[in-house]
Design a protein around this ligand. Structure first.
Ligand SMILES: [Zn+2]
Length: 259
């Protein structure tokens, strides 16, 4: 790259932190505008954004991250493309960090030329790990099934969201939706329909969003994962996940379809 090339600079460190400029965005401009200690750093090109190259640098888990912000901040600020690309950068960095040795022969691995992969001297190659997850909004008449999850639970102001879970080996997505909903809530669902997907870089999920219709059963919360679950109508909703998440999109679509 030349010193005057206009680019986007994704500088990562710690646990899902990212360097933002004074406006709270991914730094944009020539390399010469970066802080002095980053001028000669080994950036890797990983994508493009509006015709400008995106460069990635992972300073590591123990880096000085005092000037960095959480990746979620981009999402909360409504910077959809910034969040998507920073999430992609983080998934690639997580892959490099966690695949330093070959799982087959134990030898050290290094970046493979020409593609995003790690390779050992014996030619074993691995690619970034992506974990498929389903996320589903269950509709019952004018109401939607929402649950307060044990993870991140705030007793004074609990957030309620839709159900989600990892796809198991040998399972198709529709089976996963039906199994997760039944395991977590005791509800049987049908009419399972795909809506949209979202990469979720915490650390490497691909969320696949569905809607489904209530068929039978009474709510019986699985205590390990959920604190509470209930059917909510649009006029008495609890606190919901932020805009920019597929969870929020599913909830809004589900309620709009009913209205
Ligand atoms: Zn190997």
């Amino acid at each position: 790259m030349s010193s005057t090339e206009q680019a986007r600079w994704f500088v990562l460190g710690g646990d899902h932190l990212v360097l933002l400029d004074a406006q709270g965005q991914i730094p944009q401009g020539a390399r010469a505008q970066l802080p002095a200690h980053l001028q000669d750093a080994p950036f890797e090109r990983f994508d493009d954004w509006d015709g400008e190259p995106c460069y990635l640098l992972d300073l590591g888990a123990d880096a000085d991250t005092s000037a960095m912000a959480g990746l979620r901040q981009l999402m909360v600020a409504g910077d959809e493309e910034g969040f998507r690309l920073a999430g992609r950068a983080w998934q690639l960095a997580t892959f490099r960090r966690s695949h330093r040795f070959c799982g087959e022969c134990g030898a050290p691995m290094a970046p493979k030329a020409g593609e995003w992969a790690q390779e050992c001297q014996q030619g074993h190659v691995v690619y970034p790990r992506i974990s498929p997850c389903i996320i589903v909004a269950v509709r019952k008449g004018p109401a939607i099934l929402l649950a307060a999850h044990r993870r991140h639970y705030q007793a004074d102001d609990p957030m309620y969201t839709v159900l989600a879970g990892f796809v198991e080996a040998g399972e198709n997505l529709e089976q996963c939706v039906a199994r997760e909903v039944f395991e977590e809530s005791g509800i049987r669902v049908g009419n399972i329909r795909y809506v949209a997907s979202q990469p979720w870089p915490f650390p490497h999920s691909l969320m696949m969003g569905f809607t489904a219709d209530y068929q039978s059963g009474e709510i019986k919360v699985q205590d390990d994962e959920l604190v509470a679950a209930d059917f909510f109508e649009a006029n008495r909703l609890p606190r919901l996940p932020p805009h920019g998440t597929i969870a929020r999109r599913l909830i809004e679509q589900c309620l709009a379809d009913e209205a």
